[in-house]
Design a protein around this ligand. Structure first.
Ligand code: PGA
Length: 250
């Protein structure tokens, strides 16, 4: 049985003050949605605050990115061992905003995935097609290519302690959600890719949906057999909304 994971990707939002309030709300509401695992992904500079506020609670935390390198002359980068200092359980890799705005290739993403796993930090690997790719009918080919880069270098066993997030780029921050049937179709495709290599790993790997997920559509999406949670952007910035999404998965 795969326990659902509802993860809040805060992106480049928040302040010390707003994050304190958000964390307080999440802390207070978490026990009522304990059937679902919760995790939050703040900007790096608020990691200490998040660790301080969430230690001893059931809510996990991590970051939105990490360097593929462990240390060295990489100005402006943050390394995996630094995330360990803040006891991060998860890290998001290959978010479409990183791929698009910061030129992260499938190979860079695969190296980041490997860097996280080496340290025992669970990567959440994001995959997903653009609107143009969907309209061209190459959604599966794109997702397969993104997945294959990691499978080729790390092997299917690496997914035992990793998470996949299917995030159609055209649904991110646009208010346009994939229908539950559209999402389920791609999630099932992803699981089949894993199953072709190892059916036990495929059965246990959590595949999250991301892209304008909110309380109003979460119930329908989370009811799908291959949707094991959500990676939530905008709707994770309000405790009430974030918790309502988790509630829909209970
Ligand atoms: P959104 O973002 O929920 O604001 O669409 C999801 C994501 O990019 O992880």
């Amino acid at each position: 049985m795969r326990r659902k994971l509802v993860a809040g990707n805060w992106k480049m939002n928040g302040s010390a003050e707003s994050i304190r309030g958000l964390l307080q709300g999440i802390r207070e509401g978490a026990p009522a949605v304990a059937a679902v695992e919760l995790a939050v992904f703040p900007p790096f500079v608020y990691l200490g605050l998040v660790e301080q506020q969430l230690s001893g609670t059931a809510v996990a935390w991590g970051t939105q990115n990490l360097s593929e390198h462990a240390s060295g002359a990489y100005t402006g980068e943050i390394a995996g061992p630094m995330l360990q200092d803040f006891h991060c359980q998860y890290v998001i890799v290959g978010h479409s905003e990183r791929r698009t705005f910061y030129g992260e290739s499938d190979q860079i993403v695969a190296r980041k995935f490997a860097a996280a796993r080496k340290l025992g930090i669970k990567p959440i690997l994001c995959v997903g097609e653009t609107l143009e790719e969907r309209e061209k009918g190459v959604t599966e080919a794109v997702v397969e290519r993104q997945l294959k880069a990691v499978l080729d270098s790390e092997g299917v066993g690496a997914f035992t302690d990793a998470v996949i997030a299917y995030e159609p780029v055209w649904a991110i921050g646009t208010g346009k959600t994939a229908t539950s049937a559209q999402a389920q179709e791609v999630h099932a495709f992803i699981r089949r890719q894993l199953a072709a290599l190892d059916s036990a790993v495929a059965a246990q790997t959590r595949i999250l949906y991301g892209g304008s997920m909110k309380a109003a559509n979460a119930g329908e999406l989370l009811a799908m057999p291959d949707i094991d949670g959500g990676l939530i952007g905008g709707a994770s910035l309000e405790a009430k909304e974030f918790l309502a999404i988790a509630k829909a998965g209970c």
